[in-house]
Design a protein around this ligand. Structure first.
Ligand SMILES: Cc1cc2nc3c(=O)[nH]c(=O)nc-3n(C[C@H](O)[C@H](O)[C@H](O)COP(=O)(O)O)c2cc1C
Length: 309
């Protein structure tokens, strides 16, 4: 059975990763699961310098999800390399570094720094954080800026680039195309969805409640581009992950579920294997984009693979 997938020139031993910001820098989870069984470890967003983040409380549980407003706290490039990189380098699985900046130049500089570090699996460009005023969704909701930031990072590094798109757009296809055309090797879809007006400046939902929205975005983006997509948003089970693969994702990331069940990603891998065995599927890549949509016009208004409700 083949579980391995390709994200640009990066090979993952299986398609199950963890979502940035829900898994610390990997080391925090080392006692809770065998990290070497994952497809990749994706770390919390890093910018050039350290960031304090928002005052607490930063997370609030709601029905079927979590509202978060972390404010991209982080140690900056130097702090990260000093404190977390030796551990990440000791792992057998690749580390994907989630990066961000407040200007195009800063994104490129961070990309350059990680390029020269050596041993990084891939860079994930967070152009979609809704929790900060500058450097987040502003780049992911303006096609021109998105092109600029991806192109600048492309020039700055030969590492595989994954652009993490925002769900907060009318149609995701132009953003998916722009990122791919500007040199992104893959896309990840999606960041937190701004759908809950508790505090309009800072608070955003993640978790199971956003899954149908994420599935639909992956399905739409997969029709627009040929680069691989890492799907995320509300994944709790192997069935959720398989849904993302069928909608068009090549790999997936487990996010909020890590907080209440750190073993979720491993359970997803086991469930994926079990599903493939049961259905006689030898290569996980067969699942990608395998949803059968009877009426494509109709499907644009409903979650992929699900009956219209
Ligand atoms: C507490 C928290 C922190 C996050 N931090 C980041 C981040 O630093 N960079 C990023 O690109 N996404 C970040 N995200 C978004 C997640 O990576 C993921 O896209 C989102 O939570 C959807 O997946 P989920 O519903 O499985 O959690 C964060 C999410 C949460 C809940």
């Amino acid at each position: 059975m083949n579980l391995s997938v390709q994200i640009g020139k990066l090979t993952l031993q299986n398609p199950v990763t963890v979502a940035s910001g829900t898994f610390g820098y990997g080391v925090e989870y080392a006692q809770l699961l065998d990290l070497n069984q994952l497809g990749a470890v994706v770390v919390k967003g890093i910018r050039l310098g350290p960031v304090r983040g928002n005052p607490t409380p930063r997370t609030v549980e709601v029905a079927s999800g979590l509202i978060n407003a972390i404010g991209l706290q982080g140690p900056g490039v130097d702090g990260f390399i000093q404190k977390y990189w030796p551990f990440l380098q000791s792992l057998k699985v690749p580390a994907i570094i989630n990066i961000w900046g407040t200007t195009v130049e800063e994104y490129a500089e961070v990309a350059r720094r990680f390029d020269s570090l050596g041993g990084v699996g891939a860079l994930e460009l967070n152009v979609s954080c809704p929790n900060i005023k500058e450097g987040g969704a502003q780049f992911g909701t303006d096609v021109k800026l998105l092109r600029q930031v991806v192109a600048a990072c492309r020039q700055a590094t030969t590492l595989p680039l994954i652009t993490k798109l925002s769900p907060n757009v009318v149609s995701i296809a132009p953003y998916a195309r722009a990122a791919a055309e500007a040199g992104s090797d893959a896309l990840s879809i999606m960041n937190s969805f701004p759908a809950m007006a508790i505090d309009i400046e800072t608070r955003r939902p993640t978790g199971p409640c956003i899954k149908p929205i994420a599935i639909k975005l992956v399905w739409e983006a997969a029709k627009a581009v040929t680069v691989p997509i890492i799907g995320m948003g509300g994944i709790q089970t192997a069935a959720d992950a398989i849904e993302f693969l069928m909608a068009g994702a090549t790999a997936v990331a487990v996010g909020t579920a890590n907080f209440y069940e750190p073993q979720t990603a491993l359970q997803v891998i086991a469930g994926l294997r079990e599903f493939m065995e049961r259905r006689g599927i030898f290569d996980v890549r067969e699942l990608t984009g395998s949803v059968q949509v009877a009426n494509p016009a109709n499907a644009a208004q409903r979650p992929a693979g699900r009956p219209f409700m």
